[in-house]
Design a protein around this ligand. Structure first.
Ligand code: ADP
Ligand code: MG
Length: 552
């Protein structure tokens, strides 16, 4: 800037800059007809200085209108920046032996483009990585940096497209889904996260539990452990310290959870559970626990007790649920009684129908219930067990204090979902709650069609199961064959490049996955430390699930 331009009009000064003593001031208010005066710079003269010889200065002119220029700050002398590129390499390269000097310069074409276009012109450019918070998982091959998993941070921060901390893992058997999840929970423990494994159907989390000093519980025919799904769980721990109002509100929570559970269990026997059944069961629960009689401390009950009470309905039940007489009540509750009866007398008899015998430390760093001994009883039995445990898991999150952070793992979750609509609804509700209860729900499955086989095409269960994908802000897609890759692409709207990562790169080694964090994609190889190797090795235990060519 070498001069000063002043449109001389009546008006006010609205902008002023200075460069080596020259001032540019715009005065406006007089419209296009303003007269311009162009004046050469006078070094060292500021706006407060005198004008040209024989004329008035700008400041004097402005002062006529009652304004004053602010004083010009004295520029701070900055030290000259050191040039980091001291040695410039010419077009022939560096001189000297083996330094890369070329007698003929490389025929380079010069292009000019925007930073948006540069990614297309030079595809080897690295993308942005995610923030380095949370569990350090491994290397992101797209950004070239370390990859950190922090689902809660992603949901609370500004990671585009992540609205909840839930995670869904897909991958062919033996690709390292469970291993990746184990490493994730282990590394998140450094940030005070506790872990609850809601049903370990292959007993593969036992090693991890023992390494953390927690003895996992196991249920199955012939084992002494009993789990009462109607246990108070953590809700029963400090009941005596609650005031009367608090005790009543906690009772309401307990009844709500039990009703959802019984609905799921009855639904698993393909018996409808509508509002009338809900009213009947609700009444029986209040009667059996002593709530109807005004007790503050509820008595623990079991499923056989409910079943028996329904066989011998009390006059209060008949009256409150508006049955004409005892026979009417028995006829109307036949389906309900038979469904509960099959749980009491069926293959699961003796497992979930008595008071709990295991002592669960709800404050331990990890808790897990091994279910592999149930496998011979069939998938339905495992599904029912998972439903019972789900109810416990919900109780745990209901009493969680602020700052009590949990990761809830549902490995092989489709076994529970196959039970039908009620089981799917219950999982759906848990995933939706994660934003309010601060839990990270981790769902592990083989392929999307596992989710969709929960009911007939177009059924409500399938519809809800499809929604699961959107209830999980983060999808971790491990190696798959190309057919399932297509299925995933169709459901998640993956780009061809993303699909190739899943069906190609990710199948070349275990633990490799495409992490879809909202709209952000990361191509991650999870790195195992020597400690992790011992904790994640499942090859020996699940010989049927290893990949061809493993030789194990
Ligand atoms: N990140 C990893 N790097 C190398 N090997 C892994 C990794 N994760 C798991 N594995 C190995 O892969 C095998 C199968 O892993 P697993 O987690 O049981 O698979 P999935 O749950 O997908 O069936 C395990 O024996 C484990 O040792
Ligand atoms: Mg697994």
């Amino acid at each position: 800037m070498t001069g000063e331009q002043i449109p001389l009009t009546s008006g006010h000064a609205d902008q002023q800059t200075q460069d080596t003593g020259a001032v540019t001031t715009y005065l406006h208010g007089g419209g296009a007809a303003g007269r311009w005066l162009n004046r050469r710079s006078v070094p060292g003269r500021g706006p407060g200085g005198r004008g040209l010889p024989g004329g008035r200065g700008v400041s004097e002119l402005v002062a006529d209108f009652g304004h004053q220029f602010p004083p010009v700050p004295v520029p701070v002398a900055r030290p000259r920046e050191v040039d980091p590129f001291t040695l410039l390499v010419g077009r022939h390269g560096r001189r000297g032996q083996a330094a890369g000097w070329a007698p003929v310069p490389a025929p380079l074409a010069v292009h000019r483009m925007t930073s948006e276009q540069v990614g297309g012109a030079w595809p080897l450019i690295a993308g942005d990585g995610l923030a380095s918070t949370g569990a350090l998982m491994g290397v992101d091959y797209l950004s070239g940096g370390a990859f950190y998993a922090d689902p809660m941070g992603w949901a609370l921060g500004s990671t585009t497209g992540v609205t909840n901390p839930n995670m869904m893992f897909f991958g062919a058997p033996g690709r390292g889904k469970s291993g990746t999840v184990k490493m994730f929970v282990l590394r998140m423990m450094a940030y005070a996260y506790r872990t609850l494994v809601l049903g370990d159907v292959k007993d593969e989390y036992e090693v991890l539990c023992r390494a953390l000093g927690v003895e996992p519980h196991a249920v199955g025919p012939g084992l002494p452990a009993r789990v009462n799904p109607l246990d108070f769980g953590p809700l029963g721990s400090d009941w005596s310290r609650l005031s009367r109002e608090q005790a009543r509100s906690r009772a309401a929570q307990v009844f709500g959870r039990w009703l959802v559970l019984i609905q799921g269990l009855v639904g698993s026997q393909h018996v409808a559970f509508g509002p009338s059944e809900s009213a009947v069961v609700g009444h029986v629960l209040r009667e059996l626990t002593g709530y109807s009689d005004g007790a503050d401390r509820l008595a623990e009950i079991t499923i056989p007790q409910i079943w028996q009470q329904l066989h011998d309905p009390s006059p209060a039940l008949i009256a409150e649920c508006r049955f004409a007489d005892r026979q009417h009540c028995l006829d109307a509750t036949r389906g309900l009684r038979d469904a509960l009866g099959s749980l009491v007398k069926g293959p699961l008899a003796g497992l979930f129908d008595a008071a709990t015998t295991v002592t669960v430390d709800w404050r331990a760093s990890i808790q897990s219930l091994s279910l592999s001994r149930l496998s011979p009883l069939g998938e339905e039995a495992v599904g029912v067990a998972l439903t019972c445990l789900n109810s416990w898991g919900r109780a745990m999150t209901q009493v969680a204090e602020p700052g009590d952070k949990r990761i809830i793992i549902r490995d092989e979750c489709w076994k529970q979902m196959r039970l039908g609509l009620d089981a799917v609804k219950s999982l759906d509700a848990d995933l939706r709650l994660s934003r309010t209860d601060g839990c990270i729900q981790v769902v592990i499955a083989h392929k999307p069609s596992d989710m969709l086989s929960v009911g007939d095409v177009g059924s409500q269960a399938v519809h809800i199961a499809k929604d699961f994908l959107h209830l999980c802000g983060t999808k971790v897609l491990l190696g798959q064959d190309s057919q399932i890759g297509d299925e995933l692409s169709a459901l998640l709207g993956l780009s061809p490049m993303a699909e190739r990562i899943i069906t190609g790169w990710a199948t070349a080694a275990r633990g490799r996955a495409l992490w879809m964090v909202g709209n952000h994609a990361a191509k991650v190889a999870t790195i195992r430390t020597p400690v992790d190797v011992a904790l994640t090795d499942t090859n020996a235990a699940i010989a049927d699930h290893v990949l061809p060519g493993d030789g194990s």
